[in-house]
Design a protein around this ligand. Structure first.
Ligand code: NDP
Length: 290
């Protein structure tokens, strides 16, 4: 048996088509959805991410504004930029690309974003809303994983889902979304005992660890669905490669479906960012409650 590949590129293209249709409708009403992307410093990976986000916005008809600030920008100067974007009625979504330079407190910056424009869903108002089951802007990567899971399995009710990783941006919101979808959820982390045995009980495994190919075949129950969030740059056979947290070749014969890296979760993250931007624009114009 070989697992079915979950095609994140195709799923992302479907989301982007939905978004483009919504953008057209809003434009017909005189509303042009706009996303502001704030980038501080010269991290090469961050520059690539921002470029991709701006390109996707353009493809869906969303206007994008870039605010590029030098690495030595003070926290106060960055907060002033955010205040200006918060106050601008023509800006619907604000994204601050992480990581920020070490001298800036990320939490303080994320908390300064207007929760209604917080298209990354990291503000405590949105984090709290997610855990209470209120309709709020939801972090893009876990929201993208949920779409892939629903496309693959349909109703997730009653499934045992194991999330490996408990970060604020992936693991914790992923667990909250799975719980809201009526899964039985276990969250594993670096201090978990018997992690492998627990993972092997799961119908759904979501790996968000940041360790290349850590999850081997012996972590996966035959027939489980595996979502690999990891993006790890490694050098292998003299080449630079992107690999996930799952040992793809080893797990392929065991799982029933699996996301590849690249081409799985990654494209969904950007697509859901565009979805959140349109949702924020509609909400700000009284058209829906997210
Ligand atoms: P973090 O480093 O913030 O979190 C990693 C988590 O993995 C932590 O909770 C940590 O546990 C846990 N962990 C580490 N080692 C082990 C272990 N041996 N066993 C079990 N758990 C372990 O990473 P992120 O959540 O930010 O990202 C995770 C991965 O996802 C990375 O590869 C990142 O590049 C990728 N990513 C991909 C995105 C996409 O669009 N596809 C978007 C965001 C991230 P503890 O809390 O105990 O330290």
């Amino acid at each position: 048996m070989s697992a079915r590949l979950i095609d994140g590129k195709a799923a992302a293209a479907r989301v982007l088509t939905e978004v483009a249709t919504q953008v057209e409708r809003l434009k017909a009403q005189g509303i042009e959805p706009a996303l502001a992307v704030v980038l501080v410093g010269d991290d090469p990976a961050s520059h690539v991410y921002v470029r991709n986000k701006v390109r996707s916005a353009g493809e869906t008809g969303i206007r994008s504004l870039e605010r590029r600030l030098p690495a030595e920008t003070s926290a106060e100067a960055l907060l002033a930029v955010i205040a200006e974007l918060n106050a601008d009625p023509l800006v619907n979504g604000i994204l601050v690309q992480l990581p920020l330079p070490g001298h800036i407190d990320e939490t303080r910056v994320l908390q300064a974003i207007d929760p209604h424009k917080d298209v990354d869903g990291f503000h405590s108002e949105n984090v709290g809303g997610l855990s209470q089951g209120r309709p709020v802007l939801t972090p893009c990567t876990p929201a993208g994983c949920m779409r892939l899971l629903r496309d693959t399995l349909g109703d997730l009710s009653g499934k045992h889902a194991v999330v490996i990783g408990r970060s604020n941006i992936v693991g914790k919101p992923m667990a909250a979304l799975l719980l809201a979808a009526n899964c039985t959820v276990s969250v594993l982390h670096s201090r978990s005992r018997d992690a492998q045995a627990l993972s092997r009980q799961a119908d759904i495994v979501v790996a968000a660890i940041g360790r290349p190919r850590m999850i081997g075949a012996d972590w996966i129950k035959p027939g489980a669905v595996v979502i690999d969030v990891g993006i790890n740059r490694i050098e292998e056979d003299g080449r630079n490669r992107l690999v996930g947290d799952v040992d793809f070749d080893a797990v392929l014969p065991v799982a029933s479906a699996i996301t590849p890296v690249p081409g799985g979760v990654g494209p969904m993250t950007i697509a859901l960012l565009m979805h959140n931007t349109v949702t924020a624009a509609r909400q700000q114009h009284g058209q829906e409650s997210v």
